[in-house]
Write a protein that binds this ligand. Structure first.
Ligand code: F58
Length: 831
């Protein structure tokens, strides 16, 4: 194309350059978007311009389906699932949308013919990191499956201006950098400045008499902030359905601005605007201390209030009166972060829409369902009553009233059992009075679920035992799943192609149970060779990527032993480290022994305020430095920490792993989803009987899974009997020598104190029983090494792992929610 002229039309009519799926249409659409949206022509376009043009070209093709879906849902008054989540960890959109549109090949060819590097364009995208970890990523997988299963749905959340921090490693320590993901614009979202709701904070409530002389309550706020909708289309795989992800951005309310302007307070008005916008400014990293949490409560109420107001608006626009609200909408609460929605819907129905308590409650408790994601007591949300009252005075009244009704029922059923009443109350009264958000969520919902079979059992028998006694039918299990579109097709195209060729179709992508067809070929040596070649190619890619970013060179023939997840003591990255140190010591002691080479790969972020987790990162890097530079080790084992583990970087990891580390203390990991991502890419798992590991092992067969460690029951028993980690340290000479080596200063340039907080904690407290599981873990790792020597057998196990992963598709999970919890039907949109 010549210099800055408008793009020469190729042989295609203008209309289809926006919707056409042919190579020609894609090329023309791309050139048009480069010119008309980016204002660039080929010769001067930056890689980012090329990415933006590709993104708009893809989005154009989604929009038509989106409008059709919205029209269909509206005219059919479709029952709609609203997924309320403070986090949606979406990952890059472009490659995923091309897969779901079914135009990866055409787009690749189109790019090639335009002389463009397709992979470079895909790699250019910065992901929206609007989540911390598993919980946020689960929400994203569920959005993909809801669309693919053609279930009308809206994801509601917060459009954080800064997502999860970017992690760099400096001198072995984690350093956090702010994630300014919107800096270069976001081509996937459509701002809806007219979809805007006021959100109230503070002030007081007062009673007044309405026109029918009834006593009503009015909330007079001290602050009003607007929430503005930003919509991202979520396209299903191979279907016409496009659902909506609606994220709220906080803005100063114009009416409030005006007041300030009118009294001539210009700076006051500007200040109010800045303060308003802080509400959606930044995602909270988890495990933060209590200070500064007020903003978090404000965030929760902010997105909850906007979302419920939006649903009420939609109800009026489609169905009509609010009486059928619970038939039109079901709301899934993704953990307790959105559980204020229970009180907010009550408030809106009563204070704004004239309903009495009983009618409002009847609707409210039929609308909500709640998913619990953790049993860890420190992660259960509570808010001090004083903060709650200061920010949400009306909601505190409503919470008290819900509590009064609820505890009356409890007292009738369990006469005289005041201890039980105290435990079940929405308000904790020991010490500073606090609102228990989990209790609010359980009381306000008609269904409560855990995220793996073991977890859901523990929810019923421990965390919510009293509630389960009271409402046994309210409790369910829906084991998590992940989307095979992103985590197989996008992340691992070589494997996806091999599977489709072997099975004779790509039906498995929408029906993951079809992977079973692979089993018939599990002994086929031809498949073994190709399977192995696919894995080696992925390992080479990852090795190149890691070499480029960290300088560490891995041997693609080594076992790629990967632990990638948030850094947390309960996930026990330090147990993995103790095994690495054991391997190191063994080589040092007998350098000529016949060992299987291993590459130990870690990835994961630590919460910025979580000292112990950050020290674990430092120790991983410190051990890496010594081992990787020891000539005697000679590359036999290597340790590398992948900086900035996120969805995008994870996509390099899953295809390349041979061994997936799922080694949390049994009873602590609610489900895990990384365990599924690794296994469906052909890694074998070394793991405890925790979370969904239990079900993964059941599915793949115990002979294809490396199990070690105590069960959740054994953990409980051990704790009741009194756990004394120092005895393990004293009794097990190898364990002692591994810990002593850390204390020796070998990994810290002679500093014997640096890692003391970690080793002292292990020897003296060890809340996650690392030392108790150490011996079993080492023995199991030895089995892994032996098994890896038999390449044929390993490959067979790898094939069987993939073949039997059907259960762990998020499509299955969403089907279970739809059938057992939501009672929703698909609404297919034709292509
Ligand atoms: C995770 N929770 C569970 N929370 O730990 C994991 O086992 C499970 O597979 C996953 O949910 C999905 O069910 C989790 O990721 C968070 O990140 C919270 C975010 C908000 C602050 C507190 C932690």
């Amino acid at each position: 194309m010549s210099m800055a002229q408008s793009p020469e039309p190729l042989d295609v009519d203008r209309e289809s350059t926006r919707t056409g799926m042919s190579k020609t249409a894609l090329k023309q659409g791309f050139l048009d978007n480069l010119f008309y949206i980016q204002g660039r022509f080929r010769e001067v376009a930056t890689p980012h311009d090329l990415y933006m043009a590709a993104a708009y070209t893809t989005r154009d093709r989604i929009l038509e389906r989106w409008i059709k879906s919205a029209q269909h849902y509206k005219s059919n008054q479709s029952r709609t699932v609203c997924y309320l989540s403070a986090e949606f960890l979406l990952g890059p959109h472009l490659a995923n949308n091309l897969v779901n549109l079914g135009i990866v090949e055409t787009a690749t060819e189109a790019a090639h013919e335009l002389g463009l590097d397709f992979d470079a364009i895909i790699a250019e995208e910065e992901e929206p990191g609007l989540g911390n970890g598993g919980l946020g990523r689960l929400a994203a997988c569920f959005m993909d499956s809801l669309s693919t299963l053609q279930i009308p749905s809206i994801g509601y959340g917060i459009r954080y201006e800064f997502g999860i921090f970017d992690q760099t490693i400096e001198d072995g320590w984690q350093v956090e950098k702010s994630d300014n993901w919107l800096r270069n614009g976001n081509p996937w979202e459509i701002p809806r400045p007219k979809i805007r709701f006021p959100v109230f904070y503070g002030g007081y409530t007062e009673q007044y008499r309405d026109h029918d002389d009834r006593t009503r309550t009015r909330w007079v706020p001290a602050q009003i902030i607007d929430g503005v909708a930003y919509d991202t289309p979520i396209l299903g795989y191979g279907v016409g359905n496009v659902n909506l992800l609606r994220l709220w951005k906080a803005e100063a309310s114009e009416s409030f601005d005006f007041q300030a302007f009118n009294v001539g307070n210009y700076y006051g008005a500007v200040h109010a605007k800045i303060e308003a916008e802080t509400i959606s400014k930044v995602l909270y990293p988890n495990d933060e201390p209590e200070a500064g949490k007020e903003l978090r409560l404000k965030q929760q109420f902010f997105f909850v209030s906007c979302s419920i107001q939006d649903m009420i608006r939609l109800q009026f626009n489609t169905v009509g009166p609010l009486d059928s609200f619970a038939e039109k909408f079901v709301v899934q609460l993704n953990d307790t972060h959105p559980s204020l929605a229970v009180a907010e819907l009550m408030r809106l129905l009563m204070d704004e829409h004239d309903m009495d308590w009983d009618r409002a409650w009847d609707i409210t408790h039929r609308v909500f369902c709640y998913t619990n994601h953790t049993l860890l007591p420190e992660a259960l949300e509570t808010w001090s009553v004083s903060l709650f009252e200061r920010l949400l005075p009306r909601h505190l009244e409503i919470v008290y009233e819900i509590n009064r009704h609820f505890l009356d029922e409890v007292r009738i059923r369990f006469l005289g059992d005041e201890e039980r009443v105290r435990r079940m109350s929405l308000i904790a009264e020991d010490g500073e009075r606090r609102v228990r958000m989990a209790n609010l969520a359980v009381v306000g919902s008609r269904a409560v679920n855990g995220v793996a079979a073991l977890h859901s059992e523990l929810v019923k028998t421990t965390l919510f035992k009293d509630f389960h006694d009271f409402w046994p039918d309210r409790f369910h299990n829906v084991t998590n799943g992940v989307t095979p579109r992103r985590f197989m097709v996008v992340a691992n195209p070589r494997l996806a192609r091999l599977i489709s060729e072997t099975c004779g179709s790509d039906d498995w992508i929408r029906d993951l149970g079809r992977l079973r067809d692979l089993e018939a070929h599990a002994m086929d040596s031809g498949l073994h060779e190709r399977w192995h070649a696919v894995k080696i190619a992925a390992k080479r890619d990852l090795a190149a990527w890691l070499k480029h970013r960290t300088g560490v060179l891995l041997d693609p023939e080594a076992i790629f032993d990967v632990q990638a997840k948030r850094i947390h003591e309960y996930k026990r990255q330090h147990l993995n480290l103790l095994h690495i140190i054991r391997c190191y010591q063994r080589i040092k002691q007998s350098p000529n022994q016949d060992m299987v080479p291993r590459a130990f790969i870690f990835g994961g972020k630590a919460a910025p305020g979580y000292f112990m987790a950050k020290l674990i990162i430092k120790l991983i890097n410190a051990v890496a430095e010594v081992i990787n530079n020891d000539p005697q080790i000679n590359g036999f084992i290597r340790v590398v920490f992948m900086p900035d583990f996120n969805v995008k970087n994870g996509q390099h990891l899953y295809p390349a792993a041979n061994l997936s580390e799922q080694i949390s203390l049994a009873g602590k990991e609610a489900s895990g989803t990384g365990n599924m991502k690794f296994s469906m890419n052909g890694a074998l798992t070394i793991g405890t009987l925790d979370g969904a590991n239990v079900e993964i092992r059941e599915e793949v067969g115990k002979e294809n899974f490396f199990l070690f460690g105590m069960s959740a029951d054994e953990v409980g028993q051990h704790q009741r009997e009194g756990y004394r980690p120092w005895e393990y340290y004293a009794r097990d000479a190898e364990l002692k020598s591994d810990i002593d080596l850390i204390n020796s200063g070998l990994f810290s340039h002679g500093d014997t104190q640096l890692f003391r907080p970690l080793t002292d904690r292990l020897v003296n407290q060890d809340p996650f029983m690392v030392l108790a599981d150490y011996r079993a873990y080492i023995a199991c790792q030895d089995h892994v090494a032996e098994a890896y020597r038999d390449h044929q057998h390993w490959t067979r196990m790898s094939i069987l792992n993939v073949a039997r992963m059907g259960k762990f598709s998020s499509d299955r999970a969403i089907r279970e929610y739809a059938e057992h919890i939501w009672r929703t039907e698909p609404h297919p949109i034709g292509l």
